[in-house]
Design a protein around this ligand. Structure first.
Ligand SMILES: Nc1ncnc2c1ncn2[C@@H]1O[C@H](COP(=O)(O)OP(=O)(O)OP(=O)(O)O)[C@@H](O)[C@H]1O
Ligand SMILES: [Mg+2]
Length: 450
């Protein structure tokens, strides 16, 4: 049951409305002056305060100010006399949720109460969702258990606090988007929006309008004015994913936004000013593109003031058991899933062209496939076990005995020839060298008769 503090020096009015509110399932306490009201407010918890403005000694505005000093969440509704709307507006500016004008009836009062309660609920939900979103993008929700990743995260955390433009580099699936989000949600702009544009996923001719907006008639199909992503991100952050795919003309426009925070909508000459932080990412070698003349030098240098490079998974295989644990928890839901040590050792030997995304997909799949609550070798996709088998069958065992490169070559050639039943042309094809090179190597290594 919601509890209401009803404050009015008109004793009769208090009595009538208290009665009506009680009939509608509210608990009501009344007070007839400011001092009495604040005493009540200190003594117990209220959900809603309804206060008159005009009262002897302490008026409603002062009551409101006093309440708001200690409590931001209680709903406050102001009762104002007909014709003194200015007072009511002033009260709303000071933190009242709404006002109601005298004279009013029961229905009106209930309506205002309902409305403010609904509004408060939405606000609370919104704050909660934002909080959840932020928690989700905390750096500590990301597995980083290798020296390389820890260095990378330290750098990202530092840069998050600043206003600097960030360029995130890394192969596909290494977590570029995850890091971009973490940077935004740990930055001073965290309460503003993070707007993401995946450059290659927007058709080339529409990307400019997507980024900068357009005015009606700018091109066929532009039937009304439209805001671009840079305007939507005003005050916040824009994440430009796969920036390496941005065409020349847009590169120039982007450079201008970075330098002057200014651009025009397509088909318009009026400059628009925004305050946007840019985070860009690419899995391409941007420096290479620059050297090939496909990416502007000036934009490259502007973007790469603070480059953050995420290492590929194969360079941090010590993290694989931690990542597996993390994803098993995520996809196992309430089930506790065990992972065979054999599986972990297979996963650590694989080279992960799709990086963490590939590992995540694999665990998700395995968690679904396992019926025993245990992920075994049988739950792994064939290409991974195949690669492992190749490694295991190989005669090369460097770690235990140590071995010369020449010996390695000998063994590999020998093994290939065994596989092809001595067919040298076929063996040369498998070793990806011309036949005459194989013959030469055989001679050199003293293996002619094999
Ligand atoms: N260190 C990590 N800890 C936990 N999850 C991770 C980590 N790195 C990546 N992931 C997960 O892997 C998946 C791929 O990450 P993300 O989309 O950020 O990669 P990306 O580098 O942007 O890839 P692409 O270049 O393909 O767009 C996501 O589901 C992400 O949550
Ligand atoms: Mg991505």
């Amino acid at each position: 049951m919601k509890k209401v503090l009803l404050i009015d020096d008109d004793v009769n009015l208090c009595k009538v409305f208290a009665h009506q509110l009680q009939k509608n399932n509210f608990e009501v306490i009344t007070a007839h002056n400011g001092k009495e009201a604040l005493e009540q407010f200190q003594k117990q918890e209220f959900d809603i305060v309804i206060t008159d403005i005009q009262m002897p000694d302490m008026n409603g505005i002062q009551v409101l100010k006093e309440i708001r000093r200690h409590n931001r969440s209680v709903i406050v509704i102001i009762i104002t006399a007909y014709g003194s709307i200015d007072n009511a507006l002033e009260a709303c500016r000071l933190g009242a949720d709404d006002y109601i004008t005298k004279p009013f009836g029961q229905e009106q009062l209930l309506f205002i109460i309902e409305k403010t309660m609904r509004w408060r609920r939405l606000q609370q939900e919104n704050t909660q969702l934002k909080q959840e979103l932020m928690d989700k993008h905390q750096f500590d929700n990301m597995v980083a258990r290798s020296a390389k990743m820890e260095d990378m995260l330290r750098m990202a955390m530092q840069v998050a606090a600043s206003e600097a433009t960030v360029l995130i580099l890394g192969e596909s699936g290494t977590g570029k988007e995850l890091v971009a989000k973490a940077i935004h949600y740990n930055s001073p702009r965290k309460d503003k929006s993070l707007v993401t544009v995946n450059c290659p996923s927007v058709p080339d001719n529409l990307l400019e309008s997507e980024l900068f907006g357009h005015v009606r008639g700018a091109f066929t199909g532009a039937v009304k004015d439209r805001k671009g992503k840079f305007e939507s991100a005003d005050g916040g952050t824009i994440f430009l994913d796969e920036i390496g795919d941005l065409r020349e003309e847009l590169q120039a426009k982007l450079l201008r936004v970075l330098q002057e925070q200014e651009f025009e909508r397509l088909g318009d000459s009026k400059p628009i000013r925004v305050n946007v932080r840019v985070i860009a990412a690419t899995n391409k070698d941007l420096d290479q593109l620059r050297r090939e003349g496909k990416f502007r030098d000036d934009l490259y240098y502007r973007l790469s003031v603070v480059p953050i490079t995420i290492p590929p998974l194969r360079e941090r295989t010590e993290e694989i058991p931690h990542l597996v644990d993390f994803f098993v928890n995520r996809y196992g839901k309430d089930r506790k899933i065990e992972v065979d040590t054999e599986v972990l050792s297979i996963l650590q030997k694989y080279d992960w062209p799709g990086n963490v995304r590939e590992l995540e997909n694999l665990i998700e799949r395995a968690a679904v496939l396992t019926t025993s609550g245990r992920i075994t070798k049988e739950n792994l996709p064939p290409d991974i076990t195949k690669q492992d088998a190749q490694v295991q069958n190989s005669t090369v065992n460097i770690f235990e005995e140590g071995l010369s490169l020449e010996e390695v070559e000998k063994r590999v050639i020998l093994e290939t020839l065994q596989k092809t039943n001595g067919n040298r042309s076929e063996a040369a094809r498998l070793l990806k060298i011309p036949r005459h090179v194989l013959l030469y190597r055989l001679k050199k290594l003293g293996m002619e008769r094999s």
